[in-house]
Design a protein around this ligand. Structure first.
Ligand code: LLP
Length: 416
């Protein structure tokens, strides 16, 4: 098995392990799936890549080349994007607890759109002394709409930390924002959760949002021009995951928005989605070396040279992955293994249980679908350096993030 024109042995030789690998052609295919299917004759559409899934300067430039907008959730992400030459006008700035200083940072950097997460933040923004720059703004709403996904990545259940309920108070704020000279208020935002694999949630979500737009129009005479439906499109991690047929889902989502907005006679100018995982998730792999193999009374452990530091998702969300032993893809799986990392933590498991051909020390283990929320959630727990990130594009290899060194680990430490 290869990625682009490169064997995994070659990639290990060049960059070492553990190693994050991306197949750039898959990312580009994913972007194009959105661009070709999420479009309408009735309104403009925009794909806003959610940088939290994976963001580096190189990734930002790729997003820029393909003309997408960028969801940034911290000033660190805004800084990365701006330093990579991304047009700040195309940045959508998120966060449930933006401080005044962070809002000022965003305004100073001429960030295009601010997503206001709650009423406190709305007041902050309205009271900022920014004289010259008038950003676009949206208000994030919480629909108390539950979806089937891990509870840590549901974002729109009642009492969620994100967004505001649609009630008298928030409607008053929508009015104030619409009349404000400080911001150009363009609409509402709602993101229902992540890794959602049942398509109906997306259509129902759109219907609920458009009903809110209708009510605002009828009852408040507020006709909002833009609607941001967030991300959340799930990917297939393991064989038993029921994969979303993304082209079909996106087309149907557009159709739903078109039908509802015609039904309600709305004047929607633009509809946005904010995918993260479904852009980069299936384009990423993590390559590990199997160092030691340990048998216990009931288990066969594979000890790899990475850990929860490069993949926290198994520990945090009980996520499941498929993997191969490089060069043994066609051999019959014979043994059940538990793949554990080298961190000092019992919960440091990458794969709970996987049947693989017999493994030996120095074999390479390739874990699939690790492109989203892996590098971006990596840590230095136990003072392990964070692995390098390499993009492969047919014949070209690109070191996108260099491997941390031991010296990097003490870089910020001050001596007494
Ligand atoms: N928009 C907003 C406002 C979001 O909060 C998120 C994700 C997205 C878009 C992108 O969602 P996606 O298309 O990637 O599902 N660390 C977790 C995922 C956290 C998602 C947070 N918000 C994981 O590893 O599963």
């Amino acid at each position: 098995m290869r990625i682009g024109n490169y064997t995994f042995e070659k990639l290990k030789e060049k960059y070492g392990t553990p190693l994050y690998l991306y197949d750039e052609t898959i990312i580009i295919n994913n972007l194009n799936t959105y661009k070709t299917n999420f479009k309408s004759d009735l309104f403009q559409t925009e794909i806003v890549y959610a940088g939290k899934a994976f963001l580096t300067k190189y990734m930002t430039q790729l997003i820029k080349r393909h003309n997408l907008a960028l969801d940034c959730v911290s000033i660190g992400e805004v800084y990365t994007a701006v330093k990579a030459g991304f047009d700040p006008e195309k940045i959508v700035f998120h966060g449930n607890n933006k401080t005044e200083a962070e809002l000022i940072f965003a305004l100073n950097n001429r960030v295009g759109t601010i997503i206001i997460d709650n009423l406190f933040e709305a007041e902050l923004l309205l009271n900022l002394q920014s004289e010259t720059y008038r950003p676009k703004a949206m208000l994030r709403v919480n629909l108390a709409y539950d979806v089937n996904t891990h509870k840590y990545i549901k974002t729109s259940i009642e009492d969620s930390k994100f967004g505001v309920s649609v009630n008298e108070k928030s409607i008053q704020m929508i009015k104030r924002l619409s009349e404000s000279k400080k911001v150009n208020f363009i609409g509402l935002h709602s993101h229902i959760g992540s890794q959602i694999l049942e398509e109906d949630y997306f259509y129902n979500h759109a219907k609920i949002m458009l009903k809110i737009y209708h009510d605002l129009k009828i009852n408040q005479q507020i006709d909002l021009p833009q609607l941001n439906l967030g991300g959340g499109f799930g990917i297939k991690y393991i064989e038993s995951d029921q994969e979303l047929d993304l082209p079909v889902v996106l087309k149907k989502l557009i159709k739903t928005v078109e039908e509802e907005s015609l039904k309600y006679n709305l004047n929607l100018e633009k509809v946005l989605v904010e995918p993260g995982r479904s852009i980069v998730g299936n384009a990423g792999y993590t390559l590990y070396t199997i160092d030691q193999i340990k048998k216990t009374k009931h288990l066969n452990y594979l000890f790899i040279d990475g850990s929860m530091n490069d993949n926290i998702r198994t520990a945090l969300y009980q996520a499941k992955y498929e993997a191969i032993i490089v060069g043994k893809e066609n051999e019959t799986p014979t043994t059940n293994y538990k793949v554990a990392g080298n961190a000092c933590e019992t919960g440091d498991i990458i794969i709970e249980d996987i049947k693989l051909p017999t493994a030996f020390p120095n074999d390479l283990l390739l874990v699939k679908n690790t492109g989203a929320y892996h590098y971006s959630m990596a840590s230095n727990y136990n003072r392990f350096p964070i692995p390098a990130v390499v993009f492969v594009n047919d014949n070209e290899l690109k070191l996108v993030v260099r491997r941390q060194t031991l010296a990097d680990l003490i870089r910020y430490d001050q001596s007494s």
